[in-house]
Design a protein around this ligand. Structure first.
Ligand code: PNW
Length: 448
């Protein structure tokens, strides 16, 4: 038995998001989301024809999926709520049937000894709110706080770990700047406004939560460490810009009540002056930060990349099917940087994992996915290294439980530790699921 560096109550879980797995997006009175619209628009979707209409059919298979989690040995599960199932118009009228689905999910998890981590918003904004301007409308902070209160009133106590937003950077960079994600805008001037309103919504939901509940609430950000390609001042500045834009923009706002100075440099005249009070409203005491880590970037100065003027330099390394470099030491560096910069606030790794080119169908021995096993082993070890250096990491959620709809890339990228046959909806745990079970059973002691 190897010595374990992980605390006894460490959470070993898996993560998913509503639109990526549930299917039945309009069932039982649910209102459409911006992802319903985006995925049905062939001009917008990169993987034309792929939608969340069926996805993993989790909406109809929730009980057996929870049984699968139990079988793997998970003691935690991070999922998101489809806002439009609960509030079909985004505000106002509550749809009991939608709320009921999440209540049954939470109860099933608790019955199986699995701790729920509930994400309020993982990108599927109600379309009715997009019609009112979506995240460009300053009222969005109040819409979100009201929705958060509905959820907390129903589930707080049973759910003890709440997440406001998943990855505000991806929402705005993909959804408002480059148009690769819903709502598919490409507008430099909209981007900072959407970001800022998302952070105002985060702050408003935390304040609403404090007045309703008494457990834990936090924000989930994606962090991608940026290393300069050389010591030249231009490359150093490029890495600093990329780091400010992707990593510090949201953490500095949420935890320090300010935006990095580089933001004005990147956005130029599109970067507004924000009211001081907004920053105070955004910066609320948090119980934890959730960090999603997939890759790092080695960055060089590049005047052709607009507006960031920085681009990644390919490395002589293993790359995942998403073209993301596999580089576990950056996860340790990043966790140490986070602690040194923001203090020893509790951290959950709320997503980590990789899409690889798995065999398309299970053979007699299931699906052999050695690269994913290796990815999990080395990244979990990197977290152990950070814990050894005093970073307060309390849990790890692999992305993802199931192969699922990888947003605009459709079903082509498989991140699951469980294979999904989209014709039959059969679930087959991959070798990585068995590998992960073993890690969980030994509380991270067995990383062989
Ligand atoms: C995350 N990036 O998205 C999301 O939270 C998941 O829903 C998604 O399926 C998963 O990662 C895999 O992509 C990201 O470009 C998308 O840095 C893009 C980036 C990071 C995270």
């Amino acid at each position: 038995m190897t010595r374990t560096r992980f605390p006894d109550d460490f959470l070993w879980g898996a993560a998913t998001a509503a639109y990526q797995i549930e299917g039945s997006p309009l069932a039982d009175g649910a209102g459409a989301s911006i992802w319903q619209r985006f995925s049905h628009d062939p001009r917008l979707m990169a993987a034309k024809g792929a939608t969340g209409d069926i996805a993993c059919d989790h909406y109809n298979r929730m009980e057996s999926d929870v049984a699968l989690m139990k079988e793997i040995g998970l003691n935690a599960y991070r999922f998101s709520v489809a806002w439009g199932r609960v509030l079909p118009e985004g505000t106002g009228r509550v749809n009991e049937a939608g709320l009921d689905f999440y209540e049954r999910l939470v109860d099933a998890l608790l019955e199986n000894g699995i701790e729920p981590l509930l994400t309020l918003h993982h990108w599927d904004l109600p379309a009715a709110l997009d019609d009112r301007g979506g995240w460009l409308n300053r009222d969005s902070a109040d819409w979100f706080a009201d929705y958060a209160s509905v959820m907390v009133r129903r589930l707080d106590g049973r759910v003890r770990k709440w997440v406001t937003l998943n990855e505000p950077w991806v929402i705005t960079d993909g959804g408002y700047l480059h148009g690769a994600l819903a709502p598919g805008h490409r507008n430099l001037f909209e981007t900072p406004i959407a970001s800022h309103n998302l952070m105002r919504a985060h702050g408003a939901a935390v304040r609403a939560y404090r007045s309703e509940g008494a457990h834990e609430i936090g924000l989930v950000v994606n962090i991608e460490p940026k290393y300069p390609a050389s010591d030249s001042p231009a490359d150093l500045a490029a890495a600093a810009r990329a780091h400010a834009y992707m990593n510090r923009q949201y953490l500095d706002a949420a935890l320090k009540g300010r935006y990095p100075a580089e933001m004005a440099e990147i956005f130029g005249e599109a970067w507004p002056e924000w009211p001081e009070q907004d920053l105070r409203d955004i910066c609320q005491p948090l119980d934890f930060i959730g960090i999603n880590y997939y890759t790092r970037n080695v960055v060089r100065d590049d005047p052709n990349q607009w507006p960031l003027r920085a681009s990644p330099v390919p490395q002589n390394a293993t790359y995942a099917a998403t073209d993301w470099e596999v580089h576990p030491p950056a996860l340790t560096d990043m966790l140490v940087w986070f602690r040194d910069t923001f203090g020893n606030i509790r951290v959950y790794i709320t997503e980590n994992g990789a899409a690889f080119y798995d065999p398309p169908q299970p053979g007699p021995d299931g699906i052999d996915d050695p690269l994913r096993c290796d990815y999990l082993r080395t990244h979990i070890a990197a977290i152990g290294d950070a814990i050894e250096r005093g970073v307060d990491v309390r849990g790890y959620m692999v992305w993802s439980l199931l192969d699922n709809l990888e947003w605009s890339l459709g079903f082509s990228k498989r991140f699951g530790i469980v294979h999904v046959d989209y014709d039959t909806q059969a679930r087959t745990p991959k070798r990585s699921a068995r590998f992960y079970s073993n890690i969980i059973r030994t509380n991270g002691g067995n990383l062989a």
